[in-house]
Design a protein around this ligand. Structure first.
Ligand code: AMP
Ligand code: TRP
Length: 357
């Protein structure tokens, strides 16, 4: 019965049992990416990676990419970049991404990303790209703006569309990029033929924007020059403690949740809540006898405890680079199988084909 249904699916899917299963059970196709520009921080973990893990465990088809082509839109040292690719692979595995159930791969190993990006770029407009906030933010302090930084959201759309993903778990800062992808998918489908589903972002409101520790009006970010602004998953416990002790709060000593007026302490309460599963009210009640200085020690302990098993696993994985390379090579094979099918379909639709009509 299932086989018969599968045979009736469009020719596109006909050769892959992987995609056929996906269609029959009506699962979500999840795609997301992370740049190998350093160790992931608490914002990356709670805003994205933790969600990836739960979506994977809900039996969706999950494809996760270490997006190294994105990372070179700003200058990278080649040796450091290679190290960061291994580091990110180990971190994602330690956070529970399972290469047997999800596809985990390195973007530059699948050339179809750049190919589809070019095609989508032919009908993207400079006007639309120039409004994207991340481009504006990242180019702010540059004298000359690399073209890659400007067209990077087109590559991100290609990442998503190549796998016909329909659900994109990301932090809040990526919403406009997913909207651009929706726009490009619609234009393509109208202009040529319906090839792409229009994807939706999955954003978890509570942890969509973890704030910087010392500038709580900004988001915690990997590209922030000041390390004091973030906690990385690789930070040893004493460093995590130091970072939280040095975080900026305010002149009120009580532990109260008020993100508008008290963004610093509220960010700590949010991090505490994410690490313990306790709600804000319970946390404030339990710590009402403490001042914010004493409360920081409680938060640090919760963070250290939460990440202990992840760090243990990460260190084990980092001592086995051959295994990490193997995981990415396996992922590449699986990703390429899907990507090459989509790019062929796209080329056919656009007329980029030498075959007779
Ligand atoms: P990036 O570090 O830019 O590669 O981001 C990887 C993922 O983490 C993306 O889905 C981002 O939206 C998410 N992310 C980055 N920073 C934060 C933050 N401070 N809070 C929540 N999510 C974040
Ligand atoms: N641009 C994203 C970031 O900076 C990373 C990314 C690249 C991504 N391709 C993607 C996220 C596709 C979701 C889907 O965080």
């Amino acid at each position: 019965m299932i086989k018969a249904a599968a045979r009736n699916l469009s020719w596109l899917y006909a050769r892959s049992s992987y995609v056929i299963c996906r269609e029959i059970h009506n699962k979500k196709v999840i795609f997301s990416g992370i740049q190998p520009t350093g160790a992931p921080h608490l914002g990356n973990y709670f805003g994205a990676i933790k969600k990836w893990h739960s979506l994977q465990n809900e039996q969706n088809d999950c494809i996760f990419s270490i997006v190294d082509l994105h990372s070179i839109t700003l200058p990278q040292d080649p040796v450091k970049l290679r190290q960061n690719i291994h580091l990110m692979t180990a971190c994602l595995l330690a956070c529970g991404i399972d290469p047997k159930t999800s596809i985990l791969f390195l973007q530059s190993q699948v050339p179809q990303h750049a190919e589809l990006s070019w095609i989508l770029g032919t009908f993207s407009t400079m006007a639309r790209l120039s409004h994207l906030p991340q481009y504006k933010e990242k180019s702010q302090n540059l004298d000359v703006i690399p073209l890659g930084l400007f067209i990077y959201p087109i590559l991100q759309s290609a990442d998503i569309l190549l796998y016909k993903a329909n659900a994109i778990p990301v932090g809040e800062d990526q919403l406009q990029h997913v909207q651009l992808c929706q726009h490009l998918a619609r234009i393509f489908n109208n202009k040529y033929k319906t090839v792409f589903p229009v994807p939706s972002a999955i954003v978890d409101e509570t942890c969509a924007r973890i704030k910087s520790l010392r500038q709580p009006d900004k988001k915690m970010s990997k590209s922030d020059m000041d390390f004091k602004n973030r906690i990385e998953l690789t930070d040893p416990p004493d460093l995590m403690l130091k970072r939280i002790k040095e975080s900026l709060t305010d002149f009120t000593s009580a532990v109260t949740y008020d993100p508008e007026n008290r963004p610093g302490v509220s960010n700590l309460i949010l991090i505490h809540s994410l690490c313990t599963g306790k709600d804000f009210e319970t946390i404030c009640k339990e710590n009402e006898h403490l001042d914010t200085g004493q409360y920081k020690l409680v938060v640090a302990e919760a963070v250290i405890e939460y990440f202990k098993p992840i760090q243990y696993e990460m260190n084990k994985l980092l001592s086995d680079p051959v295994y990490l390379t193997g995981v990415l090579n396996d992922g590449k094979e699986k990703a390429q199988e899907i990507a090459s099918r989509t790019i062929n379909e796209v080329k056919e639709a656009v007329g980029l084909s030498a075959s007779c009509l």
